[in-house]
Design a protein around this ligand. Structure first.
Ligand SMILES: O=C[C@H](O)COP(=O)(O)O
Length: 241
């Protein structure tokens, strides 16, 4: 929930067409719903894509205040974040609603960026792998292998989001590896290898390369450090093919 309308559109105008390695890296800006239409127009045919930060799972109906996947697809928005930990914590999203939203997004041709990650308490009691595995199994439940391969997973330890306390690259890689293993068990290795797995949580220009160097980390979901155009482009430059 950052920026006002003019600032958001201006941001896109400042970064569109300037992504340094655009042929190798996919760059997406996920924004508040109110700005999506104009941001998408400002980004049209450029090296920057636009995504929503949430959506409802139903196409339409009595869900006052919600945004439907049909409405996002109608605007030509290609990406949507599903199940961010802030949505899970503050807006009662569960693995079941996350699963419904992932399916709804795919049904409308949107690419879901499905978030998972453990709390500090879960990390400290050693249950990170079990927590994340369960989130993946439930979030992907009922998806065909073909659809599963289209999903982007963002592993974001809750304790590292917006706190300045990032996971070590080794720990993040280990958990992203567990995500891949869970997907290989649920589907097959080929499908698991096709799923892009991002790390998120206090990523910044100064540390992004340590994450991108890791085997199981295919990209980053960056919050606070991506809000200024220069930093955004610097982060994109470090992105992984
Ligand atoms: O929404 C963004 C991610 O949750 C990461 O946020 P952060 O980079 O500010 O820690």
């Amino acid at each position: 929930m950052n920026k006002l309308h003019g600032e958001a559109v201006d941001f896109i105008e400042q970064v569109a067409g300037k992504v340094p390695n655009a042929e190798e890296v996919e760059t997406v800006v996920c924004a508040p719903a109110l700005f999506l239409k104009d941001m998408n127009e400002a980004a049209a045919s450029s090296d920057v894509k636009i995504g929503a930060q949430n959506m409802h799972q139903e196409d339409s109906g009595a869900f006052t205040g919600e945004i439907s996947p049909a409405a996002l697809a109608d605007l030509g928005i290609p990406y949507v974040i599903i199940g961010h930990s802030e949505r899970r914590e503050m807006f009662n999203e569960t693995d079941e609603t996350v699963n419904q939203k992932v399916k709804a997004a795919l049904n409308h041709g949107l690419t879901p960026i499905m978030c998972c990650g453990e709390s500090l308490e879960q990390k400290e009691n050693g249950s990170t792998e079990a927590v994340v595995r369960e989130q993946i199994e439930k979030g992907f439940a009922g998806l065909s292998a073909e659809d599963a391969a289209k999903v982007v997973v963002a592993y974001e330890p809750i304790w590292a989001i917006g706190t300045g306390k990032s996971s070590t690259a080794e720990d993040a890689d280990e958990t992203c590896g567990s995500v891949r293993k869970a997907l290989a068990g649920q589907y097959d290795q080929d499908t698991a290898d096709k799923v892009r797995i991002q790390y998120g949580g206090s990523v910044k220009p100064e540390n992004i390369e340590t994450y991108m160097a890791k085997e199981h980390i295919d990209g980053a979901l960056v919050g606070g450090a991506s809000l200024k155009p220069d930093a955004f482009l610097e982060l994109a430059e470090a992105g992984k093919q």
